[in-house]
Design a protein. Sequence first.
Lengths: 357, 305, 369
Amino acid sequence: MAATTPLEPSLAAPSGLLASRPRLPRWAVPSTIGFSFALSAVVLFLADSLTIPAVVALTVVLYAVAISVWSLRVEGTRYAADRTATTVVTAAFGIALIPLISLLWTVLQNGARVINFTFLNTNMVGVYGEMTEGGIYHAIWGTILITLAATAISVPIGILTAIYLVEYGRGALARGVTFFVDVMTGIPSIVAGLFAFSLFTLLFGPAFRAGIMGATALAVLMTPVVIRSVEEMLRLVPNELREASYALGVSKARTIFKVVLRTAIGGIVTGVMLAIARVIGETAPLLLTVGLAADMNWDLFEGRMATLPVFAYRQYQQGGIGVDRAWGAALTLIAIVMLLNIIARLIAKYYAPKASR
Amino acid sequence: MNLLAARWFEFVATGAGIIILVILAAVAAFLIWEATPALTADISELQKISWFNADSFLAFVAPLIFGTLLASLLALLVAVPLAVSIALFISHYAPRKFAGPLGYVIDLLAAIPSVVYGLWGALWLAPVIDPVFRWLTSFLGFIPLFADYQPPAKNIMTASLVLAVMILPIITAVSREVFLQTPRLHEEAALALGATRWELVRMAVFPFGRSGVISAAMLGLGRALGETMAVLMILSPGTLFSFFLLKPGQHQTIAANIASKFPEASGVSVSVLIATGLALFVITLLVNMAARWIVSRRSDFSGAN
Amino acid sequence: MASGAVAGVLALTLSACGADATETTPAATGGSDNTETAAASGAIAGAGASSQEKAMGGWIATATSALPDLTVTYEAVGSGGGREQFLGGGVQFAGTDAALKPEEKEAAVERCYGGEAVQLPLYISPIAVVYNLPSVDAANLNMSAETIAKIFNGDITKWNDDAIAAENEGVDLPDLDIIPVNRSDESGTTENFTEYLVDVAGDAWPHEASGDWPRSGTQSGNGTSGVIDTVTQTEGAITYADASRAGSLGTAALKVGEEYVPFSAEAAAAVVDASPRAEDASATNIVVELDRATTASGAYPMVLISYSVACSVYETEADANNVKAFLTYVASEAGQAVAAEADVAGSAPISAALRSEVQAAIDSISVAG
């Protein structure tokens, strides 16, 4: 991933040609925060509603108003707008972090209680009632197998389609494909599940259940995400690179392999990872197609399979100790994604063009 | 690689594009095939289904469509500004030391299964948001939107908030990736002209990233429209055309309705549910057409044109 | 601790292929006929009602000790799905909260190679009216069917309403809004609950019996977990749910005749024994027409019966033997006792009289040709 360093607008405005207005001193920001905090604490104390969330919220509002007004008086509209924007962006970021962190924390807290080696390494054969035995070994492998199968189906199709759209696609067919990829992005997961269900039950009988059904449903969901992100990444490869390659007499296919894909590989891997992340937690289609099993099933083409999301949902529905297992399964799922992410980043780093842009 | 191999690769790539069309045609065909019995069935036949309480299939599916759109649009309204802010914060405001790990955490959140969002929404968010809704309904209750809140907070607003949190990571991740790709030259040019950071963002980053943000939002909308488990676990459903956002039992989404009725369904009721799925499919098609139209007016910013 | 250590060692030694959570140790179990079970080997699959899921989990897990060579799976896809899969030949047996409809019985003839569907009431579960009132210290609130109907129909809105107070003298009822919570999915629990209200509450319940809740604009939850979670979170909420899931929440005692009966396994079994059979019942089609308006002393009339459906004729000897052996175990005293454990399913064991009828029906299962 080619992360750019944010460019810092220099604080000290050059004197001379650009007649600059005075800037706020460096201590302006911390002192305004401190002042807002103190004021909101006092106000809320007097209003008899002194709670941490209330203080934080009021502090942010007071700070935003105070710094903007101050800046407007001293620095003028442009810098005032800049300061307001900074405050708003940072505050929005803070607000968004609340649910995200509470979510991660809840999963971590509830999941860590149940996860241990035995939990990760046993299946649910013979577990009933409030038995504390039992684990998610079978569900972990089920999820991995089904997701890998979905990836194996969707990634080649996805990357090739993206290459077609960016490098070859002209005319009605390309426009049609682009449009329908968009449509496909919007396919609700439950509809993808219904599709896989009808397809396989029509071919193999009404009671046919297999991991491949789930993989098909997930692949339908995953393919457009892969196409979209790969396409986006390929389009960001500057035309100058392609033209330089053609100018050297390199064929188009070779240019795609050696120049375009190589330049975009970091983004492509990230895109594929995002696509996997998009589908690995899908519950509804797997509930319809793959069901749940108590034991490990290594055969993708025959029989029900356990997967972490379905396992989590069904354990939650059973209540009691099942809720703990559900959190454990959820945490494991997140850990798997984290692992995939790290691997993806290492790959991306390894293949990234050596020179920065 | 000789010329023949080069042509061969073009054929393969084109073939992949055609496969996409085939898959989509297959999905549509199967949905229509399975939905036909419900669409052609006599209305008295449909009314034998215990939960079919309308005079026609359209009258049955209309409130569900309304609920689906309402929940998704509310979610999008909350999520997009927040997601763009986060993406911007990570790409242009946060110190680089923070940016990497933050981006990583956001990517991670995109992978949390929807069941967990459902659990979190029902067990954590609903009690936390309860005092806020009480306050809203007592002070702003004269606005119909906020009237008649009844605890627990199992209303469309809570469901939309959870949907917003669900689609936040995916919108953020895509937007951030696009913002980071803003041509360095554009940024430097803006700074050289003495632009403040906000002006840099407005003049260089947003124009470049707009189509990316829109497609990110569409990705999020797609997920919100079809989200099943979280809505199923949070919302007290009802099938009304109602703008009472805090009242329980007013709205239901198509996807959650399918998941809730499917287990006990057989015969023609399965067809009815698949027909509602077809309606959902058509909605996503229309939404995407609209989005496509917006994006196409902005497509001249990509590197390869 | 010891078992944990053993499991740990097992897990270590088998780390390449995962470990079963429990070891299967063959042990003699009372109630199952060994000459018959010896023939059971292989696998059978069932699907159907989620109400039976926990009990089925217990039966499948404990059956391995009596039937070590038999693998049984049960998928809780819902009653309708279970019946459909059974009639489509996808599974060997089904679990369903509602007996087969006439057209389904016709379809069963073809599925069962000219035989018929065998329906056995093997899972009897009391439904409790569950409420969240931490301030009320009475063991159970007394409620008549009319009161329950009015609460769920929104006619009684306060906990200290005169109608509730009159039935609970000496109980300090709080001045709190009643929040009725129903199931949002279609379920056998809702169907049995509304049937009870239709049969017993009279005019107080103006709706028809249905698996789908008839009123709109109400709080609801998906599945038993959904309603129980909602009620647990909300003071003043009330719902109806599988009694074993009530946990620490309060449960109502129902008015039967002139007395108030809290739910119990015995009271639930009593109403089944006091009820007549359905019109189309036969020796193999044991369908109970619950007499919910019963005034029999000590009977708890709000009950869900979930049937196990099998074929009277199977294509292969293996299927016939396996289904026979497994259902025999389920119907046995030991099997019923497993499901009755509070932390398994808390169901009501079938009576001895019903067992002998059921056993006769199971014994009639045969092979085609």
